[in-house]
Design a protein around this ligand. Sequence first.
Ligand SMILES: Nc1ncnc2c1ncn2[C@@H]1O[C@H](COP(=O)(O)OP(=O)(O)OP(=O)(O)O)[C@@H](O)[C@H]1O
Ligand SMILES: [Mg+2]
Length: 385
Amino acid sequence: MIDRDEILANLERYDLSKAKIGVVASHSALDTCDGATSEGFHTVAVCQKGRERTFANYFRTQRDPAGNVVRGVVDEPMILDRFKDILNPDIQEKLIRDNVLFIPNRSFVSYCGIDAVEDDFKVPMVGSRNLLRSEERGDERDYYWILEKAGLPFPKKVAMPEDIDGLTVIKVHHKQKKLERGFFTAKSYEQFQQKSQELIEQGVIEADFLSSARMEQYIIGPVFNLDFFYSPLEEKGERIELLGIDWRFESSLDGFCRLPGKQQVELENDGILPEYTVCGHNSATLRESLLDKAFEMAEKYVKAAEKYYAPGIIGPFCLQTCVDKDLNFYIYDVAPRIGGGTNVHMAVGHPYGNALWRREMSTGRRLAMEVRRAIEQERVEEIIT
Ligand SMILES: Nc1ncnc2c1ncn2[C@@H]1O[C@H](COP(=O)(O)OP(=O)(O)OP(=O)(O)O)[C@@H](O)[C@H]1O
Ligand SMILES: [Mg+2]
């Protein structure tokens, strides 16, 4: 892990009156840039050549002579050959010289690799650098480990395929689509063998997939991604905020669900199994009696993160949950940074975030607001790592 003194020394070089918000241009970057723009910051979107147009062209900022935004959210697209070129010392130096406070998202970690994020990226990052590793499923102290320490509910782990007894989800990497999932479900060992064989033959999963698979109880119920925010700066009110809730459109699963049951079975009989590739999001709310439980889970997670991953959560985090028929939550994934579904509340906010802040409050805007407060209160070192 990069030395904290080195990050603080880099922060020392900043002219915070000219601070910009920077982000890797993918995942939730539009929400981040939109929120930063609303809070009066200039934005820097680090793009990869060939996939830059959304940011560099279509959402490009135009400002009037007084500097007011008249269109768009991306002031400065920075187009690199590869996302991971952001690690090059000259690029990092440019970001630091331009007073860029960097917002980590999942694309940043996926494309740069967690080791480089921890050891080589010297730009001050808003959020908790060490917690990002907890997303690497299978690592010793991954998010399941934190959930267990925190006494939080998660789907029961199934250790061996032979132990499958009831509907189980087998979480595997997709063989071709390297950053996607090759998930499948099975209710018995026999079904596990049959389905995994089919998927291996179709080239969806690797033959030795089991070594890196996570198997767990499949929770039958709706999915709620709880987009929380933790403010270390807050001194009067609660530090935990629920900004929004999203859920996902997944391909080809959602297409399966829109077919009559008989045809779903026919597809399965033909060896065509649904895939779980996320391709969009929608917005949701919870029945009010579940909100207490949601906040309780957030409290426990924040406490455990602080205890085992000091300094703990800073800013946005997302508990990805399912709710079963008895209204029990199960957390199947945790994002210790801005969630992937926050574009649902970009610019318009969300019922919860807006109700709390009495104006449009997205995750991107809340992040920028925290940066603004930290600058005003001269407490930026408390929100960066
Ligand atoms: N235990 C479970 N029971 C029921 N559904 C589940 C379970 N775990 C995962 N899912 C479903 O699979 C989807 C993806 O799961 P998960 O978040 O674990 O994948 P992931 O690899 O972390 O993907 P991402 O990084 O995009 O979040 C979820 O949206 C949810 O619908
Ligand atoms: Mg997930």
